[in-house]
Design a protein around this ligand. Structure first.
Ligand code: SF4
Length: 468
């Protein structure tokens, strides 16, 4: 194609966003230029999500919206990648003939070659065995001071509600030295916060059988110049080894923040979900984390309306949230997925009941969050500045990007600055504060513009259920 302009739509979770950035890197290396207007792009790529109904619908809507560009715009080739392609290519390729190329989660690393010479049938779907490494060119589409780094791909857990192992394959972990090389490179470009992601972060290294584990990874990354916060996402609720607890507690650069999706608390439901452990273990784990890691912030995710969930099961979950007072909670309605054991379970819960239960839990968490944040008023805290637009906004160490609320800042500051700020007021999820001093100025080059900014990549960040 002579016209080497590219527009990308990236849907789903941060792990899928990293795949988008890897694909962008290889396409830019073959001469493509990212533009933000799909009407002017010769190549349009939609990287999809297919975790639950809502995300599948969003993906199909985005594909159809981009397919219209083949009629009215400059689009010569429409490519669909990601989980929807991996899961539904056989059906969708006939339903949406405007799509020229379907590339699954097992082939996205070959995107440049596939776009240059598409297979005759327009389909490249294989079992996923690949995980990127520090040698690939990855385009960072988010603000460069806060970056997601995927440390492993795939998952070996049997959660009965989850289709991910079928879409992403078995666990495969990168080497510590390789991840450290990527982090050092990102830190040299001004990154302050590294967000470690995986399907199941604390299974990291288990597949390598060489002593590689999360504790060693944290110790290695925490020593890299420029790294300010190392944040942990998607830790599966299993026993935390002593050295992992001490690495999180002792390393000053490891954020005292743990995202641990419990999904439920009732023994009966946890058994039906095949989560491996029951209520007693989950409650003791929260206590153990809070005892071992002073000031630790806990985020969890819960599913309501799992098949067979009774009022009594739900009240147990409600009491658990009220007692544990998590810093952040995501609540999702169970979505029956074909191809998962739970999808064919009897006693599916009516949609109305799911919605009521989700509403009750979110209302409870809003109150708990408001009470917790009110205690910040008058205190001085460290805030990482994310953006300075109409309003300056940043986050505390206890607030992850995109999901956990933020701090509205008054006073002079720049993206990537770490500032000391005095909290003036609090709300349900957000705070507002006055900048007192710049603790650590941003190391982002004032002129730094990634080859593809988030403005140019249509990032539809929808609040999808957190797996793990
Ligand atoms: S919910 Fe998470 S841990 Fe369970 S199978 Fe899915 S990706 Fe793996």
């Amino acid at each position: 194609m002579a016209n080497r302009t590219l527009h990308m739509v990236s849907l789903g979770c941060p792990k899928n966003l990293v795949d988008s950035e890897v694909m962008l890197g290889s396409l830019l290396e073959t001469g493509y230029r990212v533009i933000d207007d799909p009407a002017k792009a010769a190549l349009i790529l939609v990287n999809t999500c297919a975790f639950i109904d809502a995300s599948k619908k969003e993906s199909v809507d985005a594909i159809l919206e981009m397919a219209a560009q083949k009629e009215s715009g400059s689009c010569e080739r429409l490519v669909v990648t990601g989980c929807l392609a991996q899961r539904y290519v056989d059906a969708l390729r006939h339903e949406i003939p405007e799509v020229d190329l379907w590339v699954g989660t097992g082939e996205f690393q070959n995107i440049a070659a596939l776009v240059a010479e598409p297979p005759a049938d327009g389909v490249a779907v294989a079992n996923p065995v690949y995980v990127y490494d520090s040698r690939v060119t990855r385009v960072n589409s988010r603000p460069a001071h806060s970056v997601y780094v995927k440390v492993s791909e795939g998952c070996g857990n049997p959660c009965t509600f989850c289709i991910i192992p079928k879409l992403r394959g078995d666990l495969r972990s990168r080497a510590i030295s390789d991840i450290a090389a990527e982090v050092a490179n990102l830190a040299s470009r001004g990154m302050f916060e590294v967000n470690l992601i995986a399907q199941d972060l604390n299974a990291y290294g288990a597949d390598r059988h060489d002593g590689t584990d999360l504790a060693k990874l944290l110790r290695a990354i925490a020593r890299i110049d420029g790294v300010g916060w190392v944040r942990l996402h998607y830790l599966y609720p299993r026993p935390f080894p002593r050295d992992l607890l001490s690495a999180i507690a002792e390393e000053p650069r490891v954020a005292k923040y743990i995202d641990i999706p419990f999904q439920h608390i009732s023994d009966r439901i946890l058994r039906a979900m095949k989560r491996g452990r029951g209520e007693k273990f989950h409650r003791e784990l929260v206590e153990k984390l809070r005892a071992a890691i002073p000031r630790v912030s806990l985020r969890t995710s819960l599913i309501v309306g799992f098949p067979g969930e009774t009022d009594r099961d739900f009240e147990r979950l409600y009491d658990f949230v009220e007692e544990m007072r998590f810093d952040h909670v995501g609540v999702f309605e169970y979505s029956p997925e074909e191809g998962t054991p739970a999808g064919t379970m009897r006693r599916q819960v009516p949609a109305r009941v799911k919605a009521e239960r989700r509403h009750r839990l979110l209302t409870l968490q809003r109150r708990l969050s408001r009470e917790r944040l009110a205690a910040y008023v008058g205190r001085e805290v460290d805030v990482l500045v994310d953006e300075v637009a109409e309003q300056a906004r940043g986050r505390l160490e206890s607030q992850a990007p995109e999901v956990d609320g933020h701090v509205v800042l008054r006073g002079s500051c720049r993206p990537g600055d770490l500032v000391r700020a005095r909290i003036a007021s609090s709300g349900d999820y957000d705070l507002s504060a006055e900048v007192v001093q710049i603790l650590q100025p941003s190391r982002l080059a004032s002129t730094s513009r990634t080859p593809a900014t988030s403005a140019q990549i249509q990032l539809a960040s929808r609040a999808l259920p957190v797996i793990g």
